[in-house]
Ligand binder design. Sequence first.
Ligand code: FES
Length: 330
Amino acid sequence: MKRFFLALLAIINGFRRRRSEEPPGPSGPIVSPGPPAPRGAELAVAALLLVAALLGVGFMFVYATESVGNRTQWEGLTLGGAFLFLAIALITAGKHLVPEEEVEEDYHDPEHPSEEEAIDQIVRESGSRITRKKLLITAGGAAGAAVGLAAITPALTLGPLLDTDELRDTPWRRGLRLIGDDGKPMFADQVEEETFYTAFPEHAKRDLLGAPVVVVRLPPAQLKLPPERAQWAPMGIVAFSKVCTHAGCAIALYRKPTFAPTQPRPALVCPCHYSTFDPARGGEVIFGPAGRPLPQLPLMVGSDGVLRAGGNFSGQVGPSYSTVRSRGPT
Ligand code: FES
C-alpha cells in the first residue's frame, strides 16, 4: 500500500515540478539517485494507464448509447476494467519506478517545518529515476480524467441535466384509444368494479414515462371529483398515471374493502413505500410519503364503445423533483 501511494504521489508530483527546477535540499539528496528506472516498466505503466483511460471513455460511450446490446454487462466490464488497469498501473509503478526506502523508526506526524520539507523532498526525489516523465504524466492525466469522469457519469441518471421537457411529454391526446395489457382496445362495458386494469395509449411506445395508466371502475355515486373533472369518468370509470408521484414506482396494488360499512374506500396503493391514493377524489393522497395526487387522465367513450382519452393528464406525470409543481404535461 505504501508503494501504491508513493507511485501515485510521484506521478502527480510530475505535474507540479520538473526535476531541473527542484534543487536538492540543503543537506543534499535524501533518496539516492540510483540507476534510471527500467524503460520497459515505464512503457508498461504508460500502456496500462492508457488502457484504463480507453476503458473509462468506453464506459461513457456505452452509458450514453441505448442501442448497445447487453448494456449493463458492458458498463460493468468497462468501468471495472478501468479501475482494475489503473490499480495495476499504480502497483507496477510502485514496484518498478519508485526507489525503495526502508524506514527503521516509527513514523510520526511532522512537528517541525524542516521535517515536512524532508518528506516533500523524499516524495519529489522518489520520481527522480523516471526518464519518461512526460509520457507517464500524459498517460496518468488521461487515465485520471477518463476514470474520474466515468465514475461520476452515472449521476446523470438522477435526471435530465439541462432540458427537463421530456419529463413533461406524454403520448396521451384527445381521442386516443386505451389499449389493455393484452394489446386489445378496452371496451367501457367490460371494465368491472373491484378490478384493477393497466392500459396504454394506442400506437405509442409502452415504456414512455407518461404512457401507462391504471383504470378502475367505481359506483358513480361514490365519485367526489373536482367540479372541472365532472365529465372525466364515464360510467364511473377513472384512469390515473401508473407512476407513483413519490419516487416513481409502478402503482401495482388496488385496496378494496371486503366489508364496505366499516372498511376504508377503494384505493390505489404503491408497493414501494405504501403511498395510497383515492381514485374517487381525483387521486388525492390519503396515506404515505407521496406529496401530490396521481395525475388523472380524462376519459370518454367512443361511438364504438371503446374507452378513449379526453385529453392529457391533470398534472405532471412521474416522481417529484424541484419545479414539478410549476408546469403541467405537454
Ligand atoms: S415510490 Fe411510491 S410510495 Fe414511494
